[in-house]
Ligand binder design. Structure first.
Ligand code: ZN
Length: 229
């Protein structure tokens, strides 16, 4: 049991945590920087989201305001695009990029974008696996019961698969967002370039999260194989 905690493989978890912290600091700094650059057309995040939805003939989705910073998300269950304090009524190129990104998720939902469907189907088992998978592995190792360890590893693998399939979903939402901002004349191409940087930094946080969970999975496999020898 102690070997699990005081073990060099813990380095893999620390590396994962470190890249996540760096990616998160980077998105905060990038968002802050481009929050100071106001779009020439003076449209707010909420207005841009509304315009994108209308251009796509979508009238059953509401645009609402949620408290917090970078708490923006689209909730398909309620049909609400939630935009945060620094996006909803801001005219910055950072805010417009995020608002358009959330509309990108709406379009994925409406067009039944395949990676989104796969991601949604993984939610229940991935939630369970990310919460309890590691503890099932720990129990399996502690009691030297390999079948239990293996079940734990499969559970955690579902959480890893979820993080990985999140990547195409997020990248596609940003790709759609930037194309629509420019095609619909909501932004100039120099402004879209700034929004691209913000959305790129946001995408890196998902890459970091996926990398961290892959490192954690590698660590669990190393611990199981060591127990076998
Ligand atoms: Zn997203």
């Amino acid at each position: 049991m102690y070997g699990y905690y005081y073990d060099w493989t813990y380095i893999l978890v620390l590396i994962g945590a470190l890249i996540s912290i760096i990616a998160s600091a980077n998105v905060n700094a990038t968002f802050k920087k481009y929050s100071r650059q106001m779009s020439a057309r003076r449209l707010t995040g909420a207005e841009v989201a509304q315009a994108i939805l209308e251009r796509n003939g979508i009238y059953d989705i509401q645009v609402c305001h949620v408290p917090g910073n970078l708490t923006d998300h689209f909730d398909p269950r309620t049909g609400i695009v939630n935009l945060s304090d620094s996006v909803y009524s801001s005219t910055s190129v950072a805010a417009l990029g995020v608002a358009a990104h959330e509309c990108g998720h709406v379009l994925q939902h409406k067009t039944e974008y395949l990676p989104l469907k796969i991601r949604s189907s993984l939610v229940p088992v991935a939630n369970f696996g990310s919460r309890f998978g590691i503890w099932v592995v720990v129990a399996g190792l502690a009691f030297a019961m390999e079948p239990i360890t293996t079940v734990g590893i499969w559970l955690f693998s579902a959480a890893v698969a979820f993080q990985i399939v999140t990547l195409p979903v997020e990248l596609d939402a940003s790709r759609r967002a930037l194309a629509m901002l420019e095609d619909y004349g909501l932004m100039g191409s120099d402004e879209t370039r700034a929004s691209r940087k913000v959305l790129g930094a946001a995408a890196l946080t998902y890459v970091a999260a996926a990398a961290a969970s892959v490192l954690q999975l590698a660590r669990l496999l190393i611990l199981r194989n060591r127990r076998r020898d």
